[in-house]
Design a binder for this molecule. Structure first.
Ligand SMILES: Nc1ncnc2c1ncn2[C@@H]1O[C@H](COP(=O)(O)OP(=O)(O)OP(=O)(O)O)[C@@H](O)[C@H]1O
Length: 310
Protein backbone atom coordinates (compact mmCIF):
# COMPACT_ATOMS: atom_id res chain seq x y z
CA UNK A 1 0.00 0.00 0.00
CA UNK A 2 1.01 3.66 0.20
CA UNK A 3 3.25 2.89 3.15
CA UNK A 4 5.00 0.13 1.24
CA UNK A 5 3.80 -2.61 3.48
CA UNK A 6 1.68 -5.19 1.69
CA UNK A 7 1.56 -8.19 3.99
CA UNK A 8 3.59 -10.96 2.50
CA UNK A 9 6.16 -11.49 5.19
CA UNK A 10 5.40 -13.09 8.51
CA UNK A 11 6.73 -10.96 11.37
CA UNK A 12 8.98 -13.76 12.67
CA UNK A 13 11.17 -13.39 9.57
CA UNK A 14 12.20 -9.95 10.77
CA UNK A 15 15.73 -8.64 10.38
CA UNK A 16 17.68 -8.21 13.57
CA UNK A 17 20.37 -5.96 14.82
CA UNK A 18 23.36 -8.18 15.51
CA UNK A 19 26.92 -7.57 16.36
CA UNK A 20 29.47 -9.12 14.04
CA UNK A 21 31.76 -9.69 17.02
CA UNK A 22 29.14 -11.48 19.02
CA UNK A 23 29.43 -9.04 21.89
CA UNK A 24 28.95 -5.31 22.20
CA UNK A 25 31.08 -3.51 19.65
CA UNK A 26 31.23 -0.10 18.06
CA UNK A 27 28.99 -1.06 15.20
CA UNK A 28 25.86 -3.04 15.75
CA UNK A 29 24.70 -3.78 12.21
CA UNK A 30 21.51 -5.07 10.69
CA UNK A 31 21.68 -8.66 9.55
CA UNK A 32 19.47 -8.00 6.52
CA UNK A 33 18.87 -4.76 4.61
CA UNK A 34 16.84 -2.21 6.63
CA UNK A 35 14.32 -1.88 3.81
CA UNK A 36 13.18 -5.40 4.61
CA UNK A 37 12.80 -4.47 8.25
CA UNK A 38 10.73 -1.45 7.33
CA UNK A 39 8.57 -3.66 5.17
CA UNK A 40 7.96 -6.21 7.90
CA UNK A 41 7.42 -3.68 10.67
CA UNK A 42 4.90 -1.92 8.42
CA UNK A 43 3.19 -5.22 7.82
CA UNK A 44 3.01 -6.01 11.52
CA UNK A 45 1.63 -2.55 12.29
CA UNK A 46 -0.90 -2.80 9.48
CA UNK A 47 -2.06 -6.21 10.64
CA UNK A 48 -2.06 -5.88 14.40
CA UNK A 49 -2.31 -2.23 15.39
CA UNK A 50 -5.97 -1.34 15.67
CA UNK A 51 -7.50 2.05 14.94
CA UNK A 52 -4.30 4.11 14.76
CA UNK A 53 -3.65 4.99 11.11
CA UNK A 54 -1.92 8.24 12.11
CA UNK A 55 0.48 6.30 14.28
CA UNK A 56 1.26 3.81 11.59
CA UNK A 57 1.83 6.58 9.09
CA UNK A 58 4.09 8.64 11.36
CA UNK A 59 6.08 5.76 12.80
CA UNK A 60 6.67 4.17 9.41
CA UNK A 61 7.70 7.48 7.91
CA UNK A 62 10.20 8.04 10.70
CA UNK A 63 11.61 4.54 10.73
CA UNK A 64 11.75 4.26 6.95
CA UNK A 65 13.66 7.50 6.39
CA UNK A 66 15.96 6.82 9.29
CA UNK A 67 16.90 3.23 8.60
CA UNK A 68 17.37 3.68 4.89
CA UNK A 69 19.86 6.44 5.48
CA UNK A 70 23.29 4.87 6.11
CA UNK A 71 24.48 8.11 7.64
CA UNK A 72 21.61 9.87 9.42
CA UNK A 73 22.18 13.49 10.43
CA UNK A 74 20.67 12.94 13.85
CA UNK A 75 19.18 10.14 15.92
CA UNK A 76 15.56 9.23 15.40
CA UNK A 77 13.55 10.80 18.22
CA UNK A 78 9.86 9.96 18.54
CA UNK A 79 7.44 10.87 21.27
CA UNK A 80 4.27 8.79 21.76
CA UNK A 81 1.28 10.47 23.40
CA UNK A 82 -2.18 9.25 24.25
CA UNK A 83 -4.41 8.00 27.00
CA UNK A 84 -4.06 4.60 28.61
CA UNK A 85 -4.30 1.40 26.56
CA UNK A 86 -4.16 3.01 23.12
CA UNK A 87 -1.04 1.11 22.02
CA UNK A 88 2.00 3.24 22.89
CA UNK A 89 3.96 0.47 24.61
CA UNK A 90 2.62 -2.06 22.12
CA UNK A 91 4.03 -0.12 19.15
CA UNK A 92 7.39 0.56 20.77
CA UNK A 93 7.90 -3.10 21.69
CA UNK A 94 6.80 -4.11 18.21
CA UNK A 95 9.50 -1.90 16.71
CA UNK A 96 12.31 -3.15 18.91
CA UNK A 97 11.15 -6.73 18.47
CA UNK A 98 11.75 -6.46 14.75
CA UNK A 99 14.92 -4.53 14.98
CA UNK A 100 16.79 -6.16 17.84
CA UNK A 101 17.39 -9.80 18.57
CA UNK A 102 15.55 -10.50 21.81
CA UNK A 103 13.44 -7.33 21.48
CA UNK A 104 13.13 -5.59 24.82
CA UNK A 105 15.64 -8.02 26.33
CA UNK A 106 18.35 -7.12 23.81
CA UNK A 107 21.49 -5.59 25.35
CA UNK A 108 21.10 -2.78 22.81
CA UNK A 109 17.62 -1.82 24.00
CA UNK A 110 17.47 0.29 27.15
CA UNK A 111 14.19 0.86 28.90
CA UNK A 112 13.75 3.52 31.57
CA UNK A 113 10.80 3.97 33.86
CA UNK A 114 10.87 6.89 36.32
CA UNK A 115 9.28 4.89 39.12
CA UNK A 116 11.88 2.15 38.82
CA UNK A 117 15.00 4.05 37.77
CA UNK A 118 14.51 7.60 39.09
CA UNK A 119 12.19 7.29 42.09
CA UNK A 120 13.61 9.94 44.46
CA UNK A 121 13.43 13.64 43.57
CA UNK A 122 16.30 14.41 45.97
CA UNK A 123 18.70 12.23 43.95
CA UNK A 124 18.06 14.01 40.67
CA UNK A 125 21.65 15.20 40.23
CA UNK A 126 22.95 11.65 40.68
CA UNK A 127 20.33 10.34 38.22
CA UNK A 128 21.40 12.95 35.67
CA UNK A 129 25.00 11.87 35.94
CA UNK A 130 24.15 8.16 35.75
CA UNK A 131 21.78 8.59 32.81
CA UNK A 132 24.29 10.60 30.81
CA UNK A 133 27.04 8.09 31.48
CA UNK A 134 24.80 5.15 30.67
CA UNK A 135 23.76 6.57 27.32
CA UNK A 136 27.26 7.67 26.41
CA UNK A 137 28.74 4.29 27.33
CA UNK A 138 26.13 2.31 25.45
CA UNK A 139 26.29 4.46 22.34
CA UNK A 140 30.02 3.97 22.31
CA UNK A 141 29.62 0.21 22.33
CA UNK A 142 26.66 0.10 19.95
CA UNK A 143 25.68 3.06 17.82
CA UNK A 144 22.39 1.44 16.86
CA UNK A 145 21.02 1.31 20.38
CA UNK A 146 17.45 2.13 21.31
CA UNK A 147 16.44 4.05 24.43
CA UNK A 148 12.83 3.92 25.58
CA UNK A 149 11.65 6.38 28.20
CA UNK A 150 8.35 5.25 29.64
CA UNK A 151 5.88 7.37 31.64
CA UNK A 152 7.55 10.66 30.76
CA UNK A 153 4.76 12.45 32.61
CA UNK A 154 6.11 10.96 35.85
CA UNK A 155 9.72 11.93 35.18
CA UNK A 156 11.18 14.68 37.39
CA UNK A 157 11.22 17.89 35.35
CA UNK A 158 14.77 18.80 34.41
CA UNK A 159 16.15 15.27 34.43
CA UNK A 160 15.57 14.43 30.79
CA UNK A 161 17.36 17.50 29.46
CA UNK A 162 20.62 15.81 30.38
CA UNK A 163 20.29 13.69 27.24
CA UNK A 164 19.89 16.72 24.93
CA UNK A 165 23.44 16.44 23.58
CA UNK A 166 22.59 13.01 22.18
CA UNK A 167 19.44 14.07 20.35
CA UNK A 168 20.47 16.90 18.07
CA UNK A 169 22.41 17.11 14.84
CA UNK A 170 24.99 19.66 15.94
CA UNK A 171 26.60 18.26 19.03
CA UNK A 172 29.52 15.95 18.74
CA UNK A 173 29.57 13.22 21.32
CA UNK A 174 32.05 10.45 20.66
CA UNK A 175 32.26 11.21 16.94
CA UNK A 176 29.10 10.52 14.98
CA UNK A 177 28.19 7.21 16.57
CA UNK A 178 25.22 8.60 18.46
CA UNK A 179 23.43 9.61 15.26
CA UNK A 180 22.24 6.07 14.61
CA UNK A 181 20.41 5.70 17.90
CA UNK A 182 16.65 5.60 18.36
CA UNK A 183 14.96 7.42 21.25
CA UNK A 184 11.31 6.86 22.06
CA UNK A 185 9.47 8.82 24.74
CA UNK A 186 6.15 7.46 25.95
CA UNK A 187 3.63 9.43 27.94
CA UNK A 188 -0.02 10.00 28.77
CA UNK A 189 0.59 13.74 28.60
CA UNK A 190 -1.50 15.31 25.87
CA UNK A 191 -3.88 12.32 26.00
CA UNK A 192 -6.66 14.43 27.42
CA UNK A 193 -6.24 17.01 24.66
CA UNK A 194 -6.18 14.31 21.98
CA UNK A 195 -9.36 12.78 23.42
CA UNK A 196 -11.07 16.17 23.49
CA UNK A 197 -10.13 16.88 19.89
CA UNK A 198 -11.39 13.46 18.84
CA UNK A 199 -14.63 13.96 20.74
CA UNK A 200 -15.14 17.38 19.12
CA UNK A 201 -14.71 15.84 15.69
CA UNK A 202 -17.15 13.09 16.54
CA UNK A 203 -19.68 15.69 17.69
CA UNK A 204 -19.19 17.49 14.37
CA UNK A 205 -19.94 14.17 12.60
CA UNK A 206 -16.44 13.94 11.28
CA UNK A 207 -14.04 11.05 11.21
CA UNK A 208 -11.63 10.64 14.14
CA UNK A 209 -8.83 10.13 11.59
CA UNK A 210 -9.40 13.69 10.37
CA UNK A 211 -7.37 15.06 13.27
CA UNK A 212 -4.47 16.80 11.63
CA UNK A 213 -1.02 16.05 12.88
CA UNK A 214 -0.33 19.75 13.22
CA UNK A 215 -3.32 20.26 15.51
CA UNK A 216 -2.43 17.25 17.61
CA UNK A 217 1.22 18.23 17.76
CA UNK A 218 0.60 21.76 18.95
CA UNK A 219 -1.94 20.60 21.56
CA UNK A 220 0.49 17.97 22.84
CA UNK A 221 3.51 20.29 22.91
CA UNK A 222 1.51 22.84 24.86
CA UNK A 223 0.24 20.19 27.29
CA UNK A 224 3.63 18.72 28.05
CA UNK A 225 5.72 21.87 27.93
CA UNK A 226 3.45 23.98 30.11
CA UNK A 227 2.64 21.37 32.73
CA UNK A 228 4.97 21.63 35.75
CA UNK A 229 4.28 17.95 36.54
CA UNK A 230 5.51 16.85 33.14
CA UNK A 231 8.99 15.43 32.53
CA UNK A 232 9.14 17.76 29.53
CA UNK A 233 8.25 20.88 31.56
CA UNK A 234 10.12 23.79 30.00
CA UNK A 235 12.34 21.19 28.42
CA UNK A 236 15.02 22.15 25.95
CA UNK A 237 14.09 18.98 24.06
CA UNK A 238 10.76 20.59 23.15
CA UNK A 239 12.13 24.11 22.91
CA UNK A 240 14.89 23.12 20.51
CA UNK A 241 12.52 20.94 18.46
CA UNK A 242 14.61 17.83 18.98
CA UNK A 243 11.65 15.49 18.65
CA UNK A 244 11.30 14.42 15.03
CA UNK A 245 7.90 12.77 15.32
CA UNK A 246 5.22 13.61 17.85
CA UNK A 247 2.86 10.67 17.51
CA UNK A 248 -0.74 11.02 18.74
CA UNK A 249 -2.58 7.87 19.80
CA UNK A 250 -6.33 8.38 19.40
CA UNK A 251 -8.93 6.95 21.79
CA UNK A 252 -10.32 3.61 20.60
CA UNK A 253 -13.97 2.97 19.76
CA UNK A 254 -16.09 -0.07 20.57
CA UNK A 255 -15.34 -1.82 17.25
CA UNK A 256 -11.60 -1.31 17.78
CA UNK A 257 -11.87 -2.94 21.20
CA UNK A 258 -13.68 -5.85 19.58
CA UNK A 259 -10.80 -6.24 17.17
CA UNK A 260 -8.35 -6.22 20.12
CA UNK A 261 -10.41 -9.00 21.71
CA UNK A 262 -10.23 -11.06 18.51
CA UNK A 263 -6.45 -10.50 18.27
CA UNK A 264 -5.97 -11.53 21.87
CA UNK A 265 -8.10 -14.67 21.50
CA UNK A 266 -6.13 -15.70 18.43
CA UNK A 267 -2.86 -15.01 20.20
CA UNK A 268 -3.90 -17.10 23.19
CA UNK A 269 -4.97 -19.91 20.87
CA UNK A 270 -8.59 -19.63 22.01
CA UNK A 271 -11.69 -20.02 19.88
CA UNK A 272 -13.04 -16.71 18.55
CA UNK A 273 -16.64 -16.79 19.75
CA UNK A 274 -18.64 -13.73 18.75
CA UNK A 275 -20.57 -13.82 22.02
CA UNK A 276 -17.36 -13.57 24.05
CA UNK A 277 -15.97 -10.84 21.79
CA UNK A 278 -19.13 -8.80 22.30
CA UNK A 279 -19.30 -9.40 26.03
CA UNK A 280 -15.67 -8.49 26.65
CA UNK A 281 -15.97 -5.31 24.57
CA UNK A 282 -19.23 -4.38 26.30
CA UNK A 283 -17.71 -4.83 29.76
CA UNK A 284 -15.19 -2.03 29.22
CA UNK A 285 -16.01 1.54 30.34
CA UNK A 286 -16.60 4.12 27.61
CA UNK A 287 -16.78 7.93 27.50
CA UNK A 288 -18.50 10.36 27.35
CA UNK A 289 -20.80 9.14 30.10
CA UNK A 290 -23.95 9.47 28.03
CA UNK A 291 -23.02 8.39 24.53
CA UNK A 292 -20.27 5.88 25.46
CA UNK A 293 -18.23 6.21 22.27
CA UNK A 294 -14.56 5.84 23.22
CA UNK A 295 -12.99 3.28 25.49
CA UNK A 296 -11.70 4.85 28.73
CA UNK A 297 -8.99 2.20 29.05
CA UNK A 298 -8.35 1.52 25.37
CA UNK A 299 -7.52 -2.16 24.96
CA UNK A 300 -5.51 -2.33 28.15
CA UNK A 301 -7.73 -4.66 30.15
CA UNK A 302 -8.78 -6.89 27.25
CA UNK A 303 -6.37 -9.73 28.02
CA UNK A 304 -7.34 -9.96 31.70
CA UNK A 305 -11.06 -9.74 30.92
CA UNK A 306 -10.83 -12.61 28.45
CA UNK A 307 -9.67 -14.99 31.16
CA UNK A 308 -12.64 -13.89 33.25
CA UNK A 309 -15.15 -14.56 30.45
CA UNK A 310 -13.63 -17.96 29.74
N1 LIG B 1 -4.24 0.20 19.05
C1 LIG B 1 -4.08 -1.06 19.51
N2 LIG B 1 -4.12 -2.10 18.64
C2 LIG B 1 -4.00 -3.36 19.09
N3 LIG B 1 -3.84 -3.71 20.39
C3 LIG B 1 -3.79 -2.72 21.28
C4 LIG B 1 -3.90 -1.35 20.89
N4 LIG B 1 -3.83 -0.59 21.98
C5 LIG B 1 -3.64 -1.43 23.01
N5 LIG B 1 -3.62 -2.71 22.60
C6 LIG B 1 -3.51 -3.91 23.45
O1 LIG B 1 -3.60 -3.50 24.81
C7 LIG B 1 -2.40 -3.79 25.51
C8 LIG B 1 -2.04 -2.59 26.36
O2 LIG B 1 -1.67 -1.51 25.50
P1 LIG B 1 -0.38 -0.63 25.74
O3 LIG B 1 0.42 -1.21 26.88
O4 LIG B 1 0.35 -0.44 24.47
O5 LIG B 1 -1.05 0.70 26.22
P2 LIG B 1 -0.36 2.10 26.49
O6 LIG B 1 -0.89 3.06 25.48
O7 LIG B 1 1.11 1.94 26.57
O8 LIG B 1 -1.01 2.44 27.91
P3 LIG B 1 -0.40 3.18 29.21
O9 LIG B 1 -0.40 4.63 28.91
O10 LIG B 1 -1.36 2.84 30.29
O11 LIG B 1 0.96 2.59 29.44
C9 LIG B 1 -1.37 -4.11 24.46
O12 LIG B 1 -0.44 -5.06 24.90
C10 LIG B 1 -2.18 -4.63 23.31
O13 LIG B 1 -2.41 -6.01 23.48
Amino acid sequence: DALGAPCKYVPTAAPRCTDSRGTAGPCCTYSVPPCKYVYIAGCDLATNLVGQPLVRQQVMKGVKEFLQNPSPAKPLVMSFHGSTGTGKTYVSSMLVRHLFQGGLRSPYVHHFSPIVHFPHAEHIEQYKENLKRWIQGNLTSCGRSAFLFDEMDKMHPGLIDVIMPFLGPLWVVYGTNYRKAIFIFISNAGGEQINEMTLDLWRAHRDREEISLQDAESAISKAVFENPQSGFWKSGIINEHLIDFVVPFLPLKHHHVKQCVVNELVQQGLEVRQGVVQEVADSIPYFPEEEKIFSSTGCKTVASRISFFF
